[in-house]
Design a protein around this ligand. Structure first.
Ligand code: SGN
Ligand code: CA
Length: 481
């Protein structure tokens, strides 16, 4: 799993931005899910949903601000009870100490990109190198030396990348310097008819995306303004070689940027390109490291009987609507990449278009391991969807979504809603009371809120009642709007 990897930057979904041959290997030898979604597009909540198979209001992790209640039932614990050896390496972000893992080696909080600290079973130490490589090194070392070859295992390998502030391996910086990427058709969105979208603070085009903090224009003269009350120095944890590579790359770039004195639209477009270069270079490291894991499994004959899953804790905006970050129920952040490669004996190799959600991970893993799925788990095993035609015919018709982290960074209002194959209905609430409806077939980029359009009156009534049913089914308490 990665942190903030938008499906737009996985070449199995779209080759517009980057080529990800190793991720594509998982998809081409397994299943590419084309309709994979999260239930609350933000980090800690998404991880809690994955571990428990329950929506946020039941697992208690509504936002990033609280500690995960690790005493509750999770799939690693259930696998452990069934004889599995379990491990987690990399980003955890749930504040409480991991429970249900025989081995854990996690990044503190968000972690650092360069020479990061890791906490190995309670002991914190700094390790020299780039975080994506190191997370993989630790995971492979555990597979090699920590794993009991006589027992089945479950390893969660959770990368920090490509989380903000998108700091690439210094060896890749120059490769991306000359590249230009597509500008989304709605990059200059004016948010007409979408009150909550207009109120966000996650715009690439404004000071939300900071020239110094995010885009690394930390000029030696300190003339470029930052909105932060400190000047971000991305090199502060670097060793001499890393810092030299960084400065060699950035100092001329900063000089050229200052000379160009860009303003208006030109500056907006320059910011998008600068952002995407760093973000995509982070993805390249992820992809390379996924390749290392696949090679290891193959070389050690573990690919024959291991299920390999790739996903992200949520999607991300790569300039769509003019944004970075996530949180909204709109497509780019509600979707998340998902591919699964099964052992050959399963004979599952295809594209799956059913609506699946991160509540489904826990029951799927339990099902694959032959462990009973507890009745209080809200997600459904994906195995029948992939194997059984009756289940395929009656698979779910709608997804429930609920985002709570407001007021907070990026100012995305609280909202909940329903997404069917074709429509999306959203209610923004708390300090606003605003409904939005999208026809995803005619308006895939969600630019045209048709909620108030009289010709959709019956559709609105139908979706509102389906939404109510979902809230009852998932036992959403009334006080949660
Ligand atoms: C940090 C980021 C935000 C981001 C949150 C949540 N700011 O606070 O931009 O939305 O994490 O991300 S930063 O200045 O610290 O980078 S999450 O993936 O962990 O939920
Ligand atoms: Ca995240």
């Amino acid at each position: 799993m990665t942190d903030d990897h938008g499906y737009q930057a996985v070449s199995s979904y779209s080759d517009e931005l980057i080529n990800t041959p190793n991720l594509d290997r998982i998809a081409s030898e397994g299943v590419l899910f084309t309709n994979s979604f999260v239930s609350n597009s933000i980090c800690a909540p998404s991880r809690a949903v994955m571990l428990t198979g329950k929506h946020s209001h039941l697992n208690g992790q509504l936002d990033n601000g609280t500690e995960f209640d690790g005493s509750q039932q999770t799939f690693p614990k259930l696998l452990q009870q069934a004889g599995y050896q379990t491990a987690i390496v990399g980003k955890w972000h749930l504040r409480s100490q991991p429970e249900g893992f025989d081995y854990w080696n996690i990044l503190p909080g968000q972690g650092s990109y360069y020479n990061p600290d890791f906490i190995e079973m309670g002991e914190q130490k700094r390790i020299e190198g780039y975080v994506t490589d190191l997370t993989t090194d630790i995971a492979l070392k555990w597979l090699d030396e920590g794993r009991d070859p006589d027992r089945p295992f479950c390893l969660l390998l959770h990368h920090k990348a490509p989380h903000r502030t998108w700091q690439p391996d210094t060896a890749l910086l120059d490769d991306y310097a000359g590249r230009s990427f597509r500008v989304p058709g709605n990059y200059f969105d004016d948010y007409a008819g979408r009150e909550a979208a207009a109120a966000q603070k996650m715009s690439v085009r404004t000071g939300d995306m900071d020239l110094v903090y995010d885009l690394k224009m930390n000029d030696p003269e300190a003339e470029i303004e930052t909105r932060f009350n400190f000047r971000m120095d991305h090199t502060s944890r670097m060793n001499i070689q890393q810092k030299e590579a960084w400065d060699r790359h950035f100092l001329p770039l900063i000089r050229d940027f200052k000379e160009a004195k860009l303003t208006g639209k030109e500056l907006d477009l320059w910011k998008l390109q600068r952002y995407l270069r760093d973000y995509l270079a982070c993805i390249e490291s992820v992809d390379n490291n996924v390749g290392r894991v696949l090679d290891y499994l193959k070389k050690n004959d573990l690919d024959k009987n291991t299920v390999i899953v790739y996903t992200s804790d949520q999607g991300f905006y790569l300039g769509e609507h003019g944004w970075f970050d996530k949180r909204f129920m709109y497509e780019e952040s509600m979707r998340t990449p998902l591919m699964m490669r099964f052992p050959e004996s399963y004979h599952i190799n295809r594209t799956e278009n059913g609506l699946v959600q991160n509540i489904d991970f826990a029951p799927t893993f339990l099902d694959l391991a032959g462990v009973d799925i507890p009745a209080d788990i809200q997600g459904k095993s994906l195995l029948p969807l992939l194997q059984d035609s009756e289940e395929q015919a009656s698979w779910r018709e709608a997804l429930y979504y609920h985002y709570y982290e407001y007021p907070n960074e990026h100012a995305v209002k609280r909202h909940y809603g329903i997404r069917t194959d074709r429509y999306k209905l959203i209610h923004f609430y708390y300090d606003i009371d605003s409904w939005e409806l999208y026809d995803l077939e005619n308006d895939p980029h969600e630019m045209n809120n048709i909620y108030g359009d009289a010709s959709y009156k019956d559709l609105v009534a139908d979706l509102r009642s389906q939404l109510e049913e979902l809230r009852i089914k998932y036992r959403v308490p009334d006080d949660k709007q």
